[in-house]
Ligand binder design. Structure first.
Ligand code: NG1
Ligand code: ZN
Length: 528
């Protein structure tokens, strides 16, 4: 790597007059602001790989559920986790360096700070979602990787969880904790083999999947080729050619936030529907009842379904002293938390952002974590996996349960929330329980709730504590919120600054829809 080469390459991607911040979802904004950021993230990925002794780091270019004009970029750490938080600040500093020379200087400062071995060859893999702006951003990334001598490989359009999967496979290849074949084919093979075994001699009718016109559409179509036909998957909203359709009037965020059907879906009573987001790391289910009333089965409902099913399998396998915990955020519906407690399982609340949930889930033998918006997965600790795979069943019933349990650990993408893997997980559980969506829904009744966003002059003045459930600043505001909450039945409300948009979010739930709406509006009015 020569100073001239880095400075010349950086010169092709001038920094706009803008301050950048590596947030919950990496960098995310209007795509035209991103070329310099992506270039510099490429440099950071190279450093991170060398710091990790040449392990493979992933770079995903996506803006998930955001509108088509946006894009974003984030790093994936060696085991497929989100970038370690202490490194986010280095990304922020690199993105904000004011000149090409300053970029180079900061890069070499980091090399010195971490005493990085210059002989280690960095390795980076990358992919993107289906946005119009993605190819140009991929080019900016490649230019950075080439400038600093990275051994790199592009995976084209992939779902975010697929790239997480491949990163983990590459770094564990040939080791005890090998995760799978480091290819998309390997990904489809791994989850479909588990699914097909779990669904042997079962069938589960049909499910219609709205793919938000994003990368999930073609990838689900591919996955479908590997499935044994035990469910009939109808794919809708899978137009990735018309860029303007991405996440438009479709997708998990549209359905969850508006608590409504995508207009393109004409729902049949009691049939199953699911929506993915633009990069297929979120999923929500829904159905309409006999009176055509819409019912959402969100991340909380998926978490409770998965936790209770896995808990039953553990019990039926004869495995004892095994801890299962459910990790949620403040956005989890109060009824879901009460239901999990009723199941006798511990719940934990963490700040928003999957890295927090993921971390908390590691405390259990099996940690189930989901954001209410449908982003989540299930983690089995290395010790738990060893115990499950070494367990000797004592009778045929234990044997069957244990076989299912082993397949469940293979079906789930344990690196990160994965809409395709979660879709198959839900389908398996519903088939095993012989549940229609209304029976699943009947586990508990969601408290009516409302999510609002408020444009404010400066969202940084809003500071929170208690897993974002309370404000410490502006001083006095929390007391005003509490006073309002106190006027409603079964009510809860909180305010927090978004980590991905320049807004403050307001959440309210209460015994009735009108009370939840009114409380949200009143709390929102306090912000002006
Ligand atoms: P912010 O913008 O910080 O609320 C949103 C979601 C998170 C998470 C991130 C990352 C809500 C209320 N917030 O975060 O849950 O998914 O985006 O994509 O859904
Ligand atoms: Zn997403």
């Amino acid at each position: 790597m020569s100073q001239e080469a880095v400075i010349a390459a950086s010169g092709a991607y001038p920094k706009p007059a803008q301050t950048f911040q590596y947030g919950t979802a990496g960098f995310r904004m209007k795509a035209e602001l991103l070329p310099s950021v992506v270039f510099r993230v490429g440099l950071l990925a190279a450093l991170r790989s060398r710091y990790k002794g040449g392990q493979v780091i992933g770079v995903m270019i996506t803006a998930s559920h955001n509108p088509p004009a946006d894009n974003g970029v984030k790093l994936i750490d060696p085991l497929g986790e989100m970038l370690e938080s202490s490194w986010e600040a280095y990304g922020t500093a690199l993105a904000n360096a004011e000149s090409d020379q300053a970029v180079y200087d900061y890069y070499t400062q980091l090399e010195q700070k971490f005493n990085i071995d210059k002989d280690v060859v960095p390795q980076v893999i990358y992919g993107s979602d289906t946005r119009e702006s993605s190819p140009a951003l991929v080019q900016a990334l490649k230019d950075a990787l080439d400038a600093v001598g990275v051994k790199s490989q592009g995976f084209g359009a992939v779902t975010t969880p697929q790239l997480h999967y491949v990163v983990r496979c590459l770094n564990t290849q040939g080791k005890d904790d090998a995760y799978g074949e480091p290819t998309l084919e390997g990904y489809y093979q791994k989850i479909s083999t588990a699914f097909n075994q779990l669904m042997a001699n079962k069938s589960n009718g049909s499910v219609t999947v709205d793919c938000a016109n994003g990368v999930g559409g073609p990838k689900l179509r591919e996955l479908q080729k590997y499935l044994n036909g035990s469910i009939d998957i109808t794919i809708t909203n899978d137009d990735t050619e018309t860029f303007s359709k991405l996440n438009s009037e479709s997708g998990a965020d549209y359905v969850k936030t508006g608590q409504r059907l995508p207009p393109s879906v004409s729902a049949q009573p009691l049939a199953r529907y699911a929506s993915l987001d633009g990069d297929a790391d979120r999923i929500v289910y829904y159905y309409v009842d006999k009176d055509s009333v819409f019912h959402l089965l969100d991340g909380d409902k998926i978490a409770t379904l998965a936790a209770s099913f896995i808990g039953d399998l553990i019990h039926q396998s004869g495995i004892t002293d095994f801890s299962i915990g459910v990790v949620q955020t403040a956005y989890a519906n109060g009824s879901s938390t009460a239901y999990i407690e009723k199941l006798g399982l511990p719940t934990v609340c963490t700040p928003t952002g999957v890295k927090h949930l993921h971390h908390a889930a590691l405390a259990y033998d099996c940690g189930v974590y989901f954001e209410a918006n449908g982003h989540g997965t299930v983690l089995f600790s290395p010790t738990a996996l060893k115990r499950i795979f070494a367990h000797e069943p004592k009778n045929p019933a234990q044997d069957t349960a244990l076989t299912h349990l082993k397949n469940i650990t293979e079906l789930i993408n344990q690196t990160v929330g994965d809409a395709l893997s979660d879709l198959l997980l839900v389908e398996v559980i519903l088939a095993h329980k012989e549940w229609t969506p209304d029976l699943w829904d009947a586990c508990y009744t969601d408290l009516p709730n409302r999510l609002e966003k408020a444009e404010v002059a400066d969202r940084n003045i809003y500071k929170t504590t208690d897993a974002e459930r309370k404000l410490t600043h502006p001083v006095g505001l929390q007391e005003q919120i509490d006073a309002l909450v106190g006027k409603y039945d079964q009510a809860r409300s909180f305010v927090r600054p978004s980590g991905t948009e320049n807004v403050v979010r307001v959440y309210a739930e209460a015994a009735t829809k009108s009370e939840a709406d009114e409380l949200a509006q009143k709390v929102k009015a306090l912000l002006n």
